[in-house]
Unconditional design. Structure first.
Length: 639
């Protein structure tokens, strides 16, 4: 009895013996077989060389398809591991997954890898690719796997089989040629030669076995990999541009903020950086006001009993900071929602009052691992433009749809025009019944459908109390950043006793919508700095204009011009140093000041000014009154 294979076009072909994906591709055309990377068998990705032993629906996945890219990156990790063990015998391998743009592998080795070692390892990887070693899949008994790794001194791998793999779980081994192998679920490409040349090692850093700081320290080598050389070149060019735009580098150059060891994951804002913060905050505050949100403020610490009721104690406690006073334990708030429920609960509410919308620029603390901290993009102390809507279930769709329109306008005003929208669905660790999660997830889908929006779904990535819509911005050099969220929560109002009186005079629990547009203020400002390369739009610029006299005789008029700008609520400074005007212009251009106002004896006599806009050689001479009116218009925040 043969094996029946169904193709994407519906045709069925019978094979006398179990075929492989590669054999099927060769039967279709040699060109397809050459481009093939994987085969999809009943929706699951398989190795091309793995026999298909039952009737199945299949499709050939070529190298240029997105589904193949993760496997290319996973192959690169295996080739990296083989290269390291060939060059540095005695090095133990641990784990090596693919990542969003590449791969890494963690190694146990007494001596540290140097940056110079990366070049030699990458060259050996290319040698292994040239050898075009066949990659083969084998299923081994558990005892054989343990014996093999123990015999070869791979103590970490042996421990993982013993402690991390269930006794009844199938263990697959992937060999590269005859001498190197790794334990892996797969799938993989048919040979190392199929990896191609579009990869590069990028850095080495520290890591811990199984991600636990109490375990052995390992060394992690990172790399990037793509399907084509052109994609790799484009990515490396983007990295080069990203380095120039790094918010930490620009913060030092532009004197915006600093961080120091005595306050890890926290920010010391300097005057110019705080001016950007205030511009963002006041803009968002206007959005609150126009959208019917009442601004509130909750306490920074609350008794742990509240966090136990809310569910944070069971689901989030490892990320929280605690303190004690008078034999009571308190937690610094990691989020603002329980506090907003307390404000809601302080009064009785009727269904006629709903929706009730609260907004807060709420300071939060989360105990992020030190290794994960990154400038102001990932911190331990941050402020959210946090809002919560208490509403009836029938109001969810209209509230989410209105929020979506609001968020899209905000992102456009900050200079972001490319966005992706995703729904993060129920995670493994969660509270609430499945039926409640079904209703919450369906409510978000209905709202986005009503808004005419396409979205991607992310299984398992929701919060423990509810699913969420995520807004992902694409910046000016093509990177994606997740910022705003809208979450539907049926659970927390019930756990914290929030109620309203319905039309039948019955107490009911409202639905709680958690929403943020910019998310963490710190992170959003970091994104803005990098998106605009430090050259902020005039309404966000910390210094919107600098008045620079050509000669000292014009100093008095320069001060007068600056005062006129300040009186018009513009952020302006003077540069009265005894320096040549070209030096001043060059220096303030490096500081990304949008407008440099040049004044000399003639301007002082005629009460005019000469404007030079950043990035333009064109000069414009206006009366002082006209210049103030123009700059006021140019610097006005979007409405």
């Amino acid at each position: 009895m043969g094996i029946n294979i169904t193709f994407p076009d519906g045709n069925v072909k019978s094979f006398d013996a179990p075929p492989t994906g590669l054999a099927i591709a060769q039967g279709i055309s040699p060109g397809l077989a050459k481009k093939a990377a994987l085969v999809s068998v009943n929706g699951e990705l398989w190795d091309l060389t793995r026999p298909i032993e039952t009737d199945a629906s299949i499709s050939i996945i070529t190298r240029d398809k997105p589904e193949a890219l993760e496997t290319i990156r996973h192959d690169a990790a295996h080739v990296l591991a083989q290269a390291v063990q060939e060059l540095f015998p005695g090095t133990q391998i641990t784990f090596g997954p693919s990542t969003e743009v590449g791969f890494y592998y963690d190694f146990a080795r007494p001596e540290p890898f140097s940056e110079d070692d990366l070049g030699a390892i990458e060259q050996r990887m290319r040698d292994i690719v040239k050898r075009d070693l066949p990659i083969t899949r084998e299923v081994w008994p558990r005892e054989q796997v343990i014996q093999f790794f123990e015999k070869n001194g791979e103590t970490f791998k042996a421990e993982w089989v013993t402690e991390g793999i269930k006794p009844d779980e199938t263990i697959t081994i992937y060999k590269q040629g005859d001498t190197w192998l790794d334990m892996c679920r797969g799938p993989h490409l048919p040979s190392t030669g199929k990896l191609g040349s579009a990869f590069k090692l990028t850095k080495v850093s520290g890591a811990y076995w199984r991600g636990d700081a109490n375990n052995a320290q390992l060394q992690r080598i990172y790399g990037v990999a793509f399907a084509t050389d052109d994609e790799l070149k484009a990515y490396l060019k983007m990295l080069e541009e990203a380095e120039k735009r790094d918010h930490r580098r620009l913060a030092k150059q532009l004197d915006l903020f600093h961080q120091q060891e005595e306050a890890p994951g926290m920010v010391f804002w300097h005057p110019k950086g705080w001016a950007i913060w205030q511009a963002v905050e006041q803009y968002v505050r206007g959005v609150y006001r126009r959208s019917g949100y009442a601004e509130v403020r909750g306490p920074q610490i609350m008794d742990v009993s509240l966090w136990k009721k809310s569910g944070h104690w069971d689901n989030y406690q490892e990320n929280m900071f605690f303190t004690e006073s008078e034999k009571r334990t308190y937690a610094l708030k990691p989020m603002n929602c329980p506090g907003h429920v307390q404000i809601y609960n302080s009064n009785l509410h009727s269904y006629r009052d709903l929706p009730i919308r609260y907004g807060e620029f709420g300071g939060c603390h989360r105990n992020e691992p030190s290794g994960g901290l990154h400038g102001i993009m990932r911190v331990r102390a941050f402020t959210q433009d946090d809002g919560h809507v208490f509403c009836m279930e029938s109001q969810i769709e209209s509230e989410v749809t209105a929020f979506h329109a609001q968020a899209m306008k905000v992102y456009a005003d900050f200079g972001f025009t490319e966005l992706a929208i995703k729904i993060a669905l129920r995670p493994d660790k969660r509270i609430g019944a499945e039926e409640v999660w079904d209703r919450a997830e369906d409510a978000l889908r209905a709202a986005l459908r009503a808004a005419g929006v396409a979205w991607e779904e992310l299984p398992g990535e929701g919060a423990f109390y509810g699913p969420k819509i995520e807004y992902h911005l694409r910046d000016s050099i093509g990177r994606s950043w997740q910022v705003g969220t809208m979450q539907v929560d049926f659970m927390m109002p019930e756990r914290l006793g929030a109620t309203y009186i319905d039309e039948a005079s019955q107490r009911r629990h409202p639905v709680m919508l958690h929403r943020a547009i910019v998310g963490s203020m710190e992170r959003f400002i970091g994104i803005l700095i990098e998106h605009h390369a430090g050259a902020m739009p005039a309404w966000l610029a910390p210094v919107q204009a600098v008045v620079a006299p050509i000669v000292s005789d014009a100093d008095g008029y320069a001060v007068e011009v600056k005062q006129a700008l300040v009186d018009a609520n513009l952020r302006a400074e003077t540069d009265l140093r005894n320096e040549k005007i070209n030096y001043k212009i060059r220096e303030h251009s490096m500081q990304k000041v949008p407008v440099i106002i040049v004044v000399g004896r003639r301007e002082a006599e005629e009460k005019t000014v000469t404007l030079r806009h950043l990035g333009s050689e064109r000069q414009q001479t206006l009366t002082l009154a006209d210049a103030v009116a123009l700059l006021t218009a140019e610097s006005r925040a979007p409405a």
